[in-house]
Design a protein around this ligand. Structure first.
Ligand code: 13P
Ligand code: SF4
Length: 389
């Protein structure tokens, strides 16, 4: 059966144009420190296969669902950020973990793996704009504000996996927990058993959607702390009365889906099921039929009956892969235009080949290391997540 998949149209903003030297600090790693193979090299697949075979069990390749197909084919395990963190922790024998994902995921893998293991990110420019929206100094300034108000004793900090190791360390130091989109409800349930308020970092949408749609809170129970405004832009009373203090961060990919995209697809495809990731805006999630993490989305489409129609609001590489894997179902992208995660896309086959061949040659490239102090605190919050009931 042939798939009904149609490529969304291109937009000028589809991929961030990195590497042009306009902001060298944020373009770290754009220049590969070695000899990057040309994307046109016809032997790339053979080279990756040979390098992986030469390394054998010494290397374990993890691939996030949003990675390109050309990379995913070499992953030993694919998963969402929760599954990949578990898998990294479950491979104590692999000398090298090659992480095909983004920087915060590789940091978490470094924290959860042994001292003799090294985590490699094939392109150091594979960051995450959401993780970059919460900087440790800003978060500590917010916490000081809460301390001045005398409310820190009631607050449990919760950070989404999509945050830097520094932020996870802050959360561990302050007796909180990490969550992912697969376990946010369990993490919030646990947190509200420990305190009466949650300080949720850095994704306002995951925090709000989970609190309101899954935990029964009102929108009025949530306030938005804006690190760019004095005092977070909130009055003392707003902070005292809030149950959820949401950090003003968001995913630039999932934030692009709008209520209009949902209305438009419902008009165009009668009976369509709208399935979105909880990083989407609240009104989009409310208007959808189902909401869930990337693993949830994959399982929902696997279980869907033949002939059913689905408009999916998550990263394009994954939606395309699912559409091609299920030609008996009509699977389409929720938006009419391209919505890749440009930083996830930094990891391409040339970078993977380069990283694997460097390992074969006895050189270890692009190692991600978290300092021991930060790692120890972050591990507390990550272990708390892995132990959630
Ligand atoms: P999950 O992998 O937890 O579904 O999160 C999606 C995401 O944005 C990863 O960067
Ligand atoms: Fe970050 Fe969003 Fe990309 Fe995930 S999809 S890495 S949250 S920018």
């Amino acid at each position: 059966m042939t798939s009904t998949w149609t490529e969304p149209s291109n937009t000028a903003t589809a991929l961030l144009l990195l590497g042009r030297g306009s902001d060298p600090a944020s373009e770290r790693g754009v220049d590969c420190p070695g000899d990057l193979p040309a994307p046109s090299d016809p032997d790339l697949v053979a080279r990756a296969t040979a390098a992986k075979a030469a390394l054998g069990d010494r290397v374990f390749v993890l691939g996030h669902h949003y990675q390109r197909d050309e990379v995913i084919q070499f992953a030993d395990v694919t998963g969402d950020s929760f599954k990949l963190a578990q898998q990294a922790a479950a491979r104590p024998d692999a000398e090298f973990i090659v992480f095909c994902g983004v920087h915060f995921m590789a940091e978490s893998a470094d924290i959860l793996t042994g001292k003799d293991q090294q985590v490699i990110l094939p392109d150091l420019a594979a960051g995450c704009s959401m993780a970059d929206m919460a900087v440790l100094g800003q978060v500590e300034a917010a916490w000081e504000r809460f301390e001045d108000l005398g409310i820190t004793g009631e607050i449990v900090p919760v950070t989404y996996m999509n945050s830097s190791a520094d932020i996870k360390g802050f959360v561990g130091r302050n007796k909180g927990v990490v969550c992912t989109s697969s376990n946010a409800q369990r993490a919030l349930t646990w947190s509200f058993e420990q305190g009466s308020k949650v300080f949720f970092l850095p994704d306002q949408h995951l925090g709000r959607n989970t609190a309101v749609l899954e935990m029964g809170f009102d929108l009025d129970d949530c306030v938005l702390y804006d690190p760019h405004k004095p005092g977070g832009g909130l009055t003392d009373d707003q902070l005292r009365n809030a149950r959820m203090i949401l950090w003003r961060g968001h995913c630039s990919v999932h934030g692009r889906f709008t209520l209009d995209s949902v209305r438009e697809v419902r008009e165009r495809v009668p009976g369509v099921n709208v399935l979105v990731h909880p990083e989407c805006r609240h009104e989009v999630v409310r208007a959808a039929d189902q909401v869930g993490s990337t693993e949830y989305i994959i399982k929902a489409l696997d279980a869907a009956p033949a002939g059913s129609a689905w408009a999916v609001g998550t990263e394009l590489n994954l939606v395309r892969r699912l559409a091609l894997a299920h030609p008996d179902k009509q699977i389409m992208f929720l938006d009419r235009t391209v919505c890749y995660c440009s930083t996830m896309n930094r990891i391409d086959l040339p970078h993977l080949v380069w990283a694997l061949e460097e390992l074969v040659a006895g050189r270890v490239p692009n190692v991600i290391t978290v300092d021991e102090d930060t790692a120890a605190n972050a591990r507390v919050a990550l272990d708390q997540m892995l132990a959630l009931p």
